[in-house]
Design a protein around this ligand. Sequence first.
Ligand SMILES: *[C@@H]1O[C@H](CO)[C@@H](O)[C@H](O)[C@H]1NC(C)=O
Ligand SMILES: *[C@@H]1O[C@H](CO)[C@@H](O)[C@H](O)[C@H]1NC(C)=O
Ligand SMILES: *[C@@H]1O[C@H](CO)[C@@H](O)[C@H](O)[C@H]1NC(C)=O
Ligand SMILES: *[C@@H]1O[C@H](CO)[C@@H](O)[C@H](O)[C@H]1NC(C)=O
Ligand SMILES: *[C@@H]1O[C@H](CO)[C@@H](O)[C@H](O)[C@H]1NC(C)=O
Ligand SMILES: *[C@@H]1O[C@H](CO)[C@@H](O)[C@H](O)[C@H]1NC(C)=O
Ligand SMILES: *[C@@H]1O[C@H](CO)[C@@H](O)[C@H](O)[C@H]1NC(C)=O
Ligand SMILES: *[C@@H]1O[C@H](CO)[C@@H](O)[C@H](O)[C@H]1NC(C)=O
Ligand SMILES: *[C@@H]1O[C@H](CO)[C@@H](O)[C@H](O)[C@H]1NC(C)=O
Length: 794
Amino acid sequence: MGFKTSLRIVALSLALATHATQHDVLDFVNPLIGTINGGHVFPGATLPFGMAKAVADTNGAELQGGFASDNSDIVGFSHMHDSGTGGGASLGNFPLFAQSGCLNGELNNCYFAKALRASKRINDTVIAEPGYFAVALNSSINTEMTVTNHTALYRFTFPSTPKPMKITDKGSVPNEPLILVDLTDLSNSRSRANISVDDRTGRITGSGTFQPSFGIGTYTLYFCTDFQGAEIKQTGVFQNNRAGTHPKHLQTQADGSSKPPVPAGAFVQFKRPGKHNEIVARVGLSFISTQQACRNSANEIGDFNFNSTRQKARDAWADKLSTVRVDATGVNKTLQTVFWSGMYRSMISPQDYTGENPLWKSDEPYYDSFYCIWDSYRSIHPLLTILDPVSQTLMVRSLIDIYRHEGKLPDCRMSLCKGFTQGGSNADVVLADAYVKKLNDGIDWKTGYEAVISDAEDEPPIWSVEGRGGLASWKELGYIPTDDFDPYGVGPFTRSISRTVEYAYNDFCIAEMARGMKKQGDVEKYQKRAENWVNMFNKDQQSTVQGKTFTGFLQPRYLNGTYGFQDPTFCTPMLNFTSCYLNSNGHETYEGSSWLYTFYAPHDMDALITTLGGPTEFVRRLQFLHDTPDLLYMGDEQGFLMVYLFHYAGRPGLSSFYQHHYIPSLFNDTVVGIPGNDDSGAMGSFSTLAMMGVWPVAGQDVYLINPPFFPEITITNPITKKKAIIRTIQFDASYENIYIQSAKLDGKPYTRNWISHDFFVQGGVLELTLGKEESQWGTRQQDLPPSMRKNHSR
Ligand SMILES: *[C@@H]1O[C@H](CO)[C@@H](O)[C@H](O)[C@H]1NC(C)=O
Ligand SMILES: *[C@@H]1O[C@H](CO)[C@@H](O)[C@H](O)[C@H]1NC(C)=O
Ligand SMILES: *[C@@H]1O[C@H](CO)[C@@H](O)[C@H](O)[C@H]1NC(C)=O
Ligand SMILES: *[C@@H]1O[C@H](CO)[C@@H](O)[C@H](O)[C@H]1NC(C)=O
Ligand SMILES: *[C@@H]1O[C@H](CO)[C@@H](O)[C@H](O)[C@H]1NC(C)=O
Ligand SMILES: *[C@@H]1O[C@H](CO)[C@@H](O)[C@H](O)[C@H]1NC(C)=O
Ligand SMILES: *[C@@H]1O[C@H](CO)[C@@H](O)[C@H](O)[C@H]1NC(C)=O
Ligand SMILES: *[C@@H]1O[C@H](CO)[C@@H](O)[C@H](O)[C@H]1NC(C)=O
Ligand SMILES: *[C@@H]1O[C@H](CO)[C@@H](O)[C@H](O)[C@H]1NC(C)=O
């Protein structure tokens, strides 16, 4: 619905745009994908990695991204959000809400509290585009929004004849628009706040202290709201559903009993709407002070010009997406939309808060909303490394600076706070990935190495929010015992299996960095520890599913070395699906099953394949994982790599087969078009990378080669300006020819089924000849991707 409308508007703005051709791909970005059924995508206006993210906030069960494509009511328009989170709802602070006037001209007949002002949207008025969002409410007020980096800009268009807010309202409404600022956030987490309104200018400033959505501590945010376009009638503050024109300032604290906190805020009422029935509101944001919030908005949108701000936001997105060009001849529009929308969503977070970090002084960049690295290390950061290595470099520098000042790398971070760790210390993988791909502009690798060593060696007192737990056992026994004795720190004593395999991979990543830094002792030490994934493997454990039996699974293991039991299908959609979340009682695998985690040793695949019975048996088991309904959940990020492990067993064709199995059946262009939480764009990065035909094995200089979903893709490296071209021969848009028959790199035969990052840095032409049947290409031992114990020198 909304998207169709949006295409019309896009066409209009295209005609107006100066660089029309650059903007073509923005037509294929549909920000509303994943805005219901658990996707939790933020569909509003943002710049790439911007701090300001404006959207209409709903009050239903799926308000994590602010707006949801459901029938919930809208309670305001707020300026900051996270996208795709599985935890609580982040941010959404200080929403604006507009009314045409107060019934019978009585101030107290306006609706101040969130619950009272909640209004239905008019369904087909929703428009979502890069840098722009609009929706009309049943009050007939249309609200449009756009942003710069730290400022949100709203354009309210009032009806010529005001309508009462409620169908039950009796009387008339004078045309005296009122716009309020509410000292709330999406999760009603406010503890203290301030607000002031200037009676002469209508400027509303203030601050509030709130809680992060998936972490510990609090954060304080400041804002500065200015209005333009109409003459002021009166101003004041409100508390509960009562308002007055005196005083002009209000300070509020949690009273210890009101949940949610007592509604409070300020308002400006106008004599009438301005030209074209419009009023513009500009909201500057800062984590430093109200003064800085006001400075940000004045610097970024001095002229209140909505159209030009919107155009600049569009240009910023066109520019970001311009590193990729595709020949889309014959390719279904649905697939093109999946491709570009996924790329777009991968660039919403982490958010650039440089200059807005009150926690420490530093010349380094500061990014926030690493939400969470457990989700993003697998594909978001590797995708950014290809498309936007400059931003990825800044993010890595920022992670290292967080280590410098907080003592540990984060696994999850939002709103200046430490977020919950889900498994390993996976920032180690992000750092190693950047290291082996030779990102270096300003990265202090010495401190970066110190940071990953700290994860591996020094257990923090609260390992629920950073680092690793169970390190004493890890060093001594080589696994995290299910009944671990760990008097050195606290965290949820669960996930012993998944933490073990993730710690093993994290240690491999450290070994790679050590190799690059010529620290031979560390290479040996961490490579040895990287073999630990096998220590919880019970070779006798069987799992029988649909009459087929498989033997050998990761299992709980005690301090005394004996194995326990967790049904290998436990925590699949088949059996107690949601029992392995962090906030449930917790079991030995995190958000997935032993069936799944038994496949996780991306650095030691040769040994894993042998352990699971050799290539044929491995392939049989992996196919069974994909083919059996409800055994594998693709709505969680650990599923991604499972699609591509066939490469390691000499069957790259099956990787191609299964990626077509999931796209577009689970990744499509509808509002339900992703199978799980987007987690800051992780689902989007999966489909985009899959369709590019290069699957990154995060943490290694390895991309597994598959036929792209387009006849040809060109990626221009923003730093070297070199072009990496992936070209197909015998491409067929109905995807029968999905098997590589032969390949050439720069005109020479290429038989390896993987390629390294040099391709994207130095450029080149990778030419893939496709056919209907699996071929011999990429199947020989020497064609397989590297494996620690086979060919670790690479
Ligand atoms: C608007 O859309 C929602 C979600 O599709 C639907 O539940 C609701 O009935 C629609 N409302 C109207 C007035 O059509
Ligand atoms: C927004 O911030 C980015 C850095 O994250 C910067 O490159 C960009 O120029 C800024 N955009 C505008 C419009 O100022
Ligand atoms: C608008 O929607 C709200 C919430 O459902 C409802 O209370 C109100 O009566 C509606 N107003 C009009 C004019 O339909
Ligand atoms: C509210 O304002 C007072 C005085 O300006 C200030 O001391 C206090 O820190 C503010 N509170 C918050 C939550 O910002
Ligand atoms: C802004 O753009 C809209 C079209 O999107 C146009 O109708 C309107 O006149 C423009 N306003 C200004 C002030 O340029
Ligand atoms: C495009 O693909 C979608 C999803 O597979 C399908 O429903 C649709 O019919 C296709 N459209 C065309 C024009 O082939
Ligand atoms: C090992 O420890 C587990 C868990 O405490 C216990 O159930 C099991 O009986 C022990 N096995 C032996 C052989 O002591
Ligand atoms: C698994 O689910 C069943 C049925 O809902 C429930 O009775 C049982 O307690 C669950 N088991 C665990 C270990 O969560
Ligand atoms: C689109 O994706 C969703 C979520 O994965 C899935 O439930 C739905 O069936 C898909 N729709 C189509 C038309 O393939």
